[in-house]
Design a protein around this ligand. Structure first.
Ligand code: G6P
Length: 592
């Protein structure tokens, strides 16, 4: 993961990069650092802390060429020494790196044993700076390219040399985007750090590098041959990445859902056949995904199997790619990913492609690696999601599965009915968000040591997503389960101190969920119930009720996840947690 932000231009780049790094903290926040190139010297400022601490350390500094890094540790604990930028032993070169250099140990050993190089950190990244120094004979770009031929693994790298007014960068596996303005250039992990300066960007493709100097920018392949590139325009503005009056990004993103849901289906529901996914001869759909996207995809399985009669399997990308999956050319393998950068999901798609499958993406971030690799699919158009705990992407992913089922279904009645219900959904979501009573319920249970979440059928994955949200941001252990499975183990965890959150929609499994609630009740468990109708049984069995609007079956996960997102948010807040940046997590997991 890690975030990279760099500036080459006429202004003081220090405040520009510090602000940019703060926007990239969703990618990791274990430590941070800057390198400033000025008067043939590189100054490095680093901290074990977050960007706010780096800001204090960099107070009053100025340079026109600056690069910065915010770290999510992979090799070497998060401390000062391991923070980026890293320098060559002679301090002539500085680099920032996102990704993993897989052969770093052998390269390090060779440089140490044969050439007596001294290393200071435990990181895999330091070897990049040392190798550039090793190859340097007066031509920085040439040394940089020679370094690229030696390293294996995934990387987004930016490098500076004290004697060259040049900024070099390269990408393989980890994203880098160039921001282009007259006489000013930006390099970053995504466009958010420089959005107020330019929306004109070039997304570097795999195995591309760029050279920036006073004459402009050049994009090249790793052999140094110039490539022609196209400028793209970022489709959102600065307001999309600001908190907009909310205390946290997560809360803002929860409240954005009426619009993000609409944005996902608006341009498509009346032109459903214009979706660009090849569907001829498809006999099975396989979703590959991680985290929240995995739970969304489980919902997708329920929707598509029921409405289209097509078998669907849902796979953790990290398992799928290592277990020799049985794949056929008639399989459609769909990557489901908010960021479009998750390393395992990307590799799962590459594997499927190499085995002759049709591949597609359901992705939020336009121009992301997965979107490019797939070349066809559905964009969510949910705007940047910055809170580490995913919220609006989940609801939009479910909309995308509904669109996919409409696309595969030839039934005009189904399509017509869904269109009508989808069009009413944003207003229902908005109405719920305005009147919910969840903050007081969160206060009541904030000290609970463990939570159960249960649902059945299409709402079983929603229960798992609810438990994940709570774990991620409040650090309270929670288990999300299929309510029918409860008696095969988890019921042993129920006592008078255990809150169980039940999703009980008035649908075909309503009576079954009620029976499961009875089983919890008679073991003195506390029940928080999310329902779309308050019946006599629900009143009798529950301690707390959250009433949600009634919607058609396919849409219930979207309505039911809202109280779960808010419950997790308010419990975490009541416990004083760092909601947007929970410990140990990162938003885009670009390492395996
Ligand atoms: C990380 C994030 C999660 C996300 C998961 C998959 O773990 O913290 O919020 O669900 O990655 O990410 P993706 O971008 O592929 O959906």
């Amino acid at each position: 993961m890690c975030g990279i932000s760099a500036y080459y231009g006429k202004e003081n780049g220090v405040p520009i990069i510090l602000q940019g790094l703060q926007r990239l903290e969703y990618r990791g926040y274990d430590s941070a650092g800057l390198a400033l190139l000025k008067n043939n010297e590189i100054e490095i400022i680093k901290t074990k802390g977050k960007i706010t601490e780096l800001k204090a350390l960099a107070e009053g500094r100025s340079a026109n060429i600056v690069m910065g890094h915010t770290r999510w540790a992979t090799h070497g604990e998060p401390n000062y020494i391991n923070a980026h930028p890293h320098s060559s032993a002679d301090n002539s070169i500085a680099i920032v790196h996102n990704g993993i250099i897989e052969n770093h140990a052998e390269l390090r050993k060779e440089l140490q044993e044969k050439y007596n190089y001294k290393f200071t950190s435990q990181t895999d990244s330091e070897v990049i700076a040392q190798l550039i120094q090793f190859f340097y004979k007066g031509d920085f770009e040439e040394a940089f390219r020679k370094m690229l031929t030696k390293i294996e693994g995934a990387f987004g790298i930016v490098a500076l040399h004290k004697d060259h007014k040049q900024m070099l960068c390269a990408r393989k596996g980890s994203p880098l985007v160039l921001g282009i303005k007259e006489g000013e250039y930006f390099i970053a992990s995504d466009p958010t750090p420089f959005l107020e300066y330019t929306k004109e960007v070039i997304y570097l493709n795999e195995k591309q590098m760029a050279v920036i100097d006073d004459t402009g920018y050049k994009v090249k392949d790793f052999n140094g041959f110039n490539l022609t590139t196209e400028l793209e325009t970022v489709p959102y503005g600065i307001e999309a990445i600001q908190k907009g009056g909310f205390e946290h990004y997560m809360l803002k993103e929860i409240f954005e859902q009426p619009e993000t849901i609409l944005n996902c289906f608006r341009g498509k529901i009346r032109h459903i056949d214009s979706i660009s996914i090849k569907k001829e001869n498809i006999k099975r759909i396989i979703f590959v995904c991680c985290g929240t996207s995995f739970y969304a995809a489980l919902v997708g399985k329920y929707i598509i199997e029921k409405t289209v009669n097509l078998p669907v399997s849902v796979e953790y990308a990290s398992e799928f790619r290592y277990r020799q999956p049985m794949l056929f050319p008639t399989d459609l393998v769909i990557a489901v990913s908010q960021s479009g950068e998750t390393a395992d999901t990307l590799e799962a798609i590459r594997l499927s492609k190499s085995l002759g499958c049709n591949v597609a993406g359901i992705v939020n971030v336009t121009g992301s690696s997965i979107a490019k690799e797939c070349g066809q699919g559905i964009y969510l158009h949910a705007g940047p999601e910055i809170g580490v705990a995913s919220t609006k992407a989940f609801s939009s992913q479910i909309i995308a599965f509904i669109l996919l089922s409409m696309y595969f279904s030839q039934n005009p009645y189904f399509r017509k009915e869904v269109i009508e219900d989808l069009e009413e959904l944003p207003a229902k979501v908005k109405a719920f968000l305005q009147i919910q009573n969840i903050q007081s319920i969160a206060e009541k249970y904030k000290h609970a040591k463990f939570f159960m979440y249960m649902g059945r059928d299409i709402n079983y994955p929603v229960a798992r997503e609810g438990a994940l949200k709570l774990k991620e941001i409040s650090y309270i252990p929670a288990e999300g389960y299929a309510a029918g499975e409860m008696k095969h183990g988890p019921i042993a965890l129920i006592d008078e101190n255990t809150p169980s959150v039940f999703i009980v929609t008035k649908d075909s499994v309503y009576e079954k969920v009620i029976s499961n609630m009875e089983e919890v009740k008679c073991r003195k468990g506390k029940i928080i119930c999310i329902c779309d109708e308050i019946t006599e049984e629900i009143e009798r069995l529950t301690n707390d009720i959250i009433l949600v609007p009634k919607v058609r079956w396919e849409l219930t996960p979207i309505i039911n996840v809202l109280p779960l997102q808010l419950l997790a948010y308010y419990i975490a807040k009541a416990n004083g947690r760092e909601i947007d940046q929970p410990r140990n997590l990162a938003k885009a997991v670009t390492v395996e």
